[in-house]
Design a protein around this ligand. Structure first.
Ligand code: SAM
Length: 283
């Protein structure tokens, strides 16, 4: 089955790049993103933890919407398991890279990549509802109005469908301790006020750090939060990759601790990211 037949839409934009500032920023690092993050020790460790939850949530033949898919690592992983993925991103260069990887490695699997900012998913008109949706590694932290995204998802996802959403946290303990130890208190507290201007290769865009309560409220009443897992609670943020490579044994220990800490109340909210699972409920 080709990807197009696996996921057919009554209409979706061929090219919908709307000048999203985050999309424009990620354009600049698209060719280097996999080296910088996907294939790093820390990126791999954090993603493995997300994949455990994704594979226990979605099944073969499910049809899933991915928001802010980046270079397509998760979409290709799920599609290789027979899950149909319709994957979107605001950055044309990230989408081009995802396409390139798909054509190079596994062109037959059921995945479609499309340029579309998350703010515009209301424009999608699938023939059938999605079994669920997911967003990995902070794409939703670039969204000012999460409630509007939740409303669109409620229309696109079937009853009892699942959302798996990975946000950057507002309070990352390792980051705070690391930058305080360097005497850089501004960087240490950069997430705590809930908003920050982030710079990627000279391009600036706004990033939001909503609290767990704000996220849960934004997705209610259509979606109910049923699980919360810390990602990067013991494993540090990706800018500490150099340290991780210099200390392989310690890093392995942190990976093992991560499995223990990830679901502990309080501690699970102090990691680099938090992975939230929602179920669509009847009103
Ligand atoms: C940190 S990357 C994560 C990429 C991918 N999900 C992964 O797991 O590697 C964040 C992604 O969000 C995308 N993004 C940021 N703002 C967006 C928006 N408003 N709509 C769609 N995608 C957006 C960026 O282009 C980038 O690809």
């Amino acid at each position: 089955m080709t990807a197009e037949r696996a996921i057919s839409f009554t209409s979706y934009p061929e090219s919908a790049y709307a000048g999203s500032p985050a999309g424009a920023a990620f354009d600049r690092i698209a060719q280097d993103y996999d080296r910088r993050f996907t294939d790093s020790l820390i990126g791999r460790a954090q993603r493995d933890a997300v994949w455990k939850v994704l594979t226990s949530t979605f099944r073969t033949n499910d049809k899933v919407l991915e928001l802010n898919c980046g270079t397509g690592e998760d979409a290709i992983f799920l599609a290789a398991k027979g899950i149909s993925v319709f994957a979107l991103d605001a950055s044309p260069q990230m989408i081009a890279r995802a396409e390139q990887r798909l054509q190079h490695n596994s062109p037959q699997i059921p995945v479609v990549f499309c340029e579309l900012p998350t703010e515009r998913i209301g424009e999608l008109h699938p023939e059938t509802h999605f079994d669920g949706a997911f967003s990995n590694f902070s794409g939703l932290n670039c969204i000012a109005d999460l409630g509007a995204v939740a409303c669109s998802l409620a229309r696109l996802v079937k009853q009892d469908g699942r959302l798996v959403l990975c946000f950057s946290t507002r309070f990352c303990l390792i980051e705070i301790l690391y930058y305080l130890a360097l005497g850089q208190w501004r960087k240490a507290l950069r997430r705590c006020k809930g908003y920050n201007d982030v710079m990627i290769d000279g391009a600036r865009f706004p990033v939001y750090y909503p609290s767990l309560r704000t996220i849960r409220r934004s997705f209610a009443p259509d979606f109910r939060l049923y699980s919360c897992t810390g990602i990067g609670v013991a494993v540090p943020p990706s800018y500490l990759e150099g340290w991780a490579r210099q200390h392989p044994r310690l890093f392995l220990l942190l990976r093992r601790l991560e499995e223990r800490f990830a679901t502990l109340p309080v501690l699970r909210s102090t990691g680099d990211h938090v992975l939230l699972c929602f179920e669509k409920v009847s009103r």
